[in-house]
Design a protein around this ligand. Structure first.
Ligand code: MG
Ligand code: ZN
Length: 238
């Protein structure tokens, strides 16, 4: 028997379970990857090989991101923060998705490998509770910008994620929760593997295709809402 992979069709939601969404930030809620945008803009010596090593997976994300920010002096704090916030562009339909989740009693968590000084201010207008936002921290106390890692990998993950998405997802019992992930890059892949439902774009779609992981491609958050509505209809017909 040949296994037919229909990437557009994922199983309907299970009405007995509570829905929970884990949503990436950089390249997902925001159109761009903010860390890359910051580093490219300030262009400190030596950033390119670090980014290359992260992409080639010869360096962990935690080491790489830590090293990138150490290239910038803490004295640039205000400049870095205001540049980061000014270049942000939100993906369409984000406020509508949050509203839909509220209506449908779907819990919404932001699971971001981004840094607190841009993640929290960008999300501030949307009224997401602080305990529903997971990201990395930062310190401008030393001579160089230092990234802090309050959400490390648990004993099941050896990737040195920095902010470990599967670790957070594992806190939600799959017997009780329908776990959904929205993301765009390879850093979302470990979470995608344990999710019931995957919304993907860009590199995450490619990686899911390569490894035969069911996923729904999206461009805007309106697409995500549309698909969730469709699954909800299928569920009520089941
Ligand atoms: Mg991303
Ligand atoms: Zn991890």
């Amino acid at each position: 028997m040949t296994l037919q992979l229909d990437n557009q069709h994922q199983s309907p939601l299970q009405p007995s379970k509570r829905g929970v969404i884990f949503c990436d930030f950089d390249g997902t809620i925001t159109v761009n990857d903010n860390i890359i945008a910051i580093i490219k803009h300030f262009n400190p010596d030596g950033w390119e090989p670090i980014v290359e090593a992260i992409i080639n997976q010869t360096m962990s994300i935690q080491d790489g991101v830590g090293q990138l920010f150490r290239l910038l002096p803490s004295s640039m704090k205000d400049e870095v923060i205001s540049y980061a916030l000014n270049q942000v562009q939100l993906r369409d339909g984000f406020a509508e998705l949050l509203e839909y989740c509220k209506q449908q009693d779907i819990d919404f968590y932001v699971t971001s490998g981004g840094i607190d000084f841009f993640v929290y201010p960008v999300l501030e207008p949307f009224g997401i509770a602080a305990d529903h936002i997971f990201c990395n921290g930062s310190s401008f106390e030393g001579e160089r910008i230092t990234i802090e890692w309050p959400n490390p990998c648990d004993e099941h993950c050896t990737n040195h994620c920095g902010m470990c998405k599967p670790t957070i997802m594992r806190r939600f019992n799959p017997e009780q929760y329908e776990r959904m992930i929205i993301g765009d890059s390879v850093t979302d892949f470990e979470g995608a593997k344990i999710a019931d439902l995957v919304f993907s774009r860009s590199h995450l779609s490619v990686k899911c295709d390569e490894l035969g992981l069911a996923h729904t491609a999206f461009d805007t958050f309106h697409d995500v809402i549309h698909h969730l509505r469709k699954l909800k209809r299928e569920e009520s017909w089941a």
